[in-house]
Design a protein around this ligand. Structure first.
Ligand code: ZN
Length: 444
């Protein structure tokens, strides 16, 4: 077991194919079930997402380890451990950002290696740019919730945050690290984590400006910045950006009602609709297009990570329309990269995930309702969605009794197309993706 965890598994057997650039998509919380729910609803029984047509596909094991004893695997990860596995090739404990379990030793990331090799770099997300997935590619810190200076002092969001204070020899909060990271394109939410004074009383926004960042806050600013090719920090919301879709009338999954006589009351079916509160913010597709336009002229190529973050966040809320809309956003962003790849065939595109999630398609009524006289129904929350074909699809969330739904421990899919993609096959580990990208970009 120990050897399995610490020995890097080489991905071999294919002639080395070098990519000039990589676009790595992360669908946060995407597993086969979450994808199937979205595909059924959006595209019907004959549908397929663009990345599902990629020639090279694999399943990736999600592994994380105990902080107290890194020899012991845990089988449900989070975005920090999953992000770190993909970004840095290291299996770490939940909550850690590009640092080793137990010791806290920082580990180099693909983005840093690419920058070190002279490539340009970018991060695009629908979450705060300081959230766990983007942070795993750029920052090194013991706790994912140490997002801005106010998370470090006076009341730490995570007891580990003060260890990374600059006064203690650390690199500061995630926002402080991003502000001086030199990443060429940073687009997403999270303004609130930058609009704060650091330990020296200087705003993190000012630190970013002093480091050369142009800071933009809306689509107009993003368009105006098209003319210059300097580093850009686009912060289009205070925290996570709003989702594209919601359920009709705000409908989400809810607990099944049963009458005193034992009769199961079916949840009212609903459809998904555009979120009226989305506003004028740039979509994931628009941010991806903007990032690729900025990076296209990079003399030696680039590494870009694009995350659809709220598939996970909406699954936590038991909101199928939220997660379906964000899966649609992922597909639309991948289409932009595929069009880019047609013009630049030396680009490797990967679509990966950090961990599985809660929602499942279940039969409604129960397959056993006809055989048993007592009420049969899922124990958690259920939504019934009206499908394209005029039918109904029941989606059940049953991982927690009260609060938020939980991640699950399933393996997750990986899709790849372009130079180096052939190494994505069979059953791999998430951390193999680090080695696949490193090899494709010849960063070894
Ligand atoms: Zn989550």
């Amino acid at each position: 077991m120990l050897a399995l965890l610490v020995t890097p598994r080489l991905v071999t057997g294919q002639a080395a194919e070098t990519a000039r650039s990589v676009v790595l998509f992360v669908g946060d919380g995407v597993d086969d079930h979450q994808l199937t729910i979205a595909r059924n609803y959006l595209l019907g029984a004959d549908g397929v997402f663009v990345f599902e047509t990629f020639e090279h596909q694999a399943a990736a094991k999600v592994l994380t380890v105990l902080e107290a004893d890194p020899r012991v695997p845990e089988y449900v990860g989070d975005s920090a451990s999953g992000g770190t596995a993909i970004a840095a090739g290291v299996v770490t404990s939940r909550g850690r950002i590009a640092t080793r379990a137990g010791t806290g030793e920082p580990v180099p990331t693909l983005l840093e290696l690419a920058a070190g090799a002279g490539k340009r770099t970018g991060i695009v997300t629908t979450s705060s740019v300081t959230d766990a997935t983007p942070a795993s590619f750029v920052a090194h810190i013991g706790g994912r919730f140490c997002e801005g200076p106010s998370d470090m002092l006076p009341t730490p969001t995570d007891p580990r945050c003060p260890d990374d204070l600059k006064a203690r020899g650390g690199a500061g909060s995630i926002a402080e690290q991003l502000a001086v990271s030199g990443v060429d394109v940073l687009l997403g939410g999270g303004y609130e984590h930058f609009d704060q004074p650091d330990e020296a009383g200087v705003s993190v926004l000012r630190r970013a400006r002093e480091a050369g960042y142009r800071i933009v806050r809306g689509p107009a600013g993003l368009r105006e910045a098209e003319g210059d090719s300097g580093p850009i920090l686009g912060l289009f919301g205070d925290g996570t950006l709003p989702v594209e879709w919601v359920g009709e009338g705000g409908s989400r999954a809810r607990p099944v009602q049963v009458t005193a006589a034992g009769q199961v009351i079916a949840p009212e079916p609903f459809r998904c609709m555009e979120n009226p509160d989305f506003g004028s913010r740039p979509t994931l597709e628009a941010m991806t297009r903007s990032a690729l336009t900025r990076l296209e002229s990079a003399p030696t190529g680039f590494f870009l990570m694009v995350e659809s973050a709220s598939i996970d966040k909406q699954a936590h809320r038991g909101d199928p329309c939220g997660q379906i809309g964000e899966t649609r956003a992922l597909d639309q962003a991948v289409r932009v990269a595929v069009a880019f790849q047609e013009r630049h065939p030396d680009t490797l595109i990967l679509v990966a995930s950090d961990h599985g999630h809660a929602a499942q398609i279940v039969p409604w009524p129960s397959l056993f309702a006809m055989r048993r006289s007592d009420a049969q129904y899922p124990p958690g929350k259920v939504a019934r969605l009206r499908t394209l074909e005029g039918g109904l699809m029941a989606v059940s969330y049953g991982t927690n009794t009260h609060y938020l739904e939980e991640h699950t421990g399933t393996q997750v899919p990986v899709y790849a197309q372009g130079p180096g993609a052939a190494a994505v096959r069979g059953l791999i580990r998430q951390s193999d993706l680090f080695r696949i990208v490193r090899r494709a970009l010849a960063l070894e």
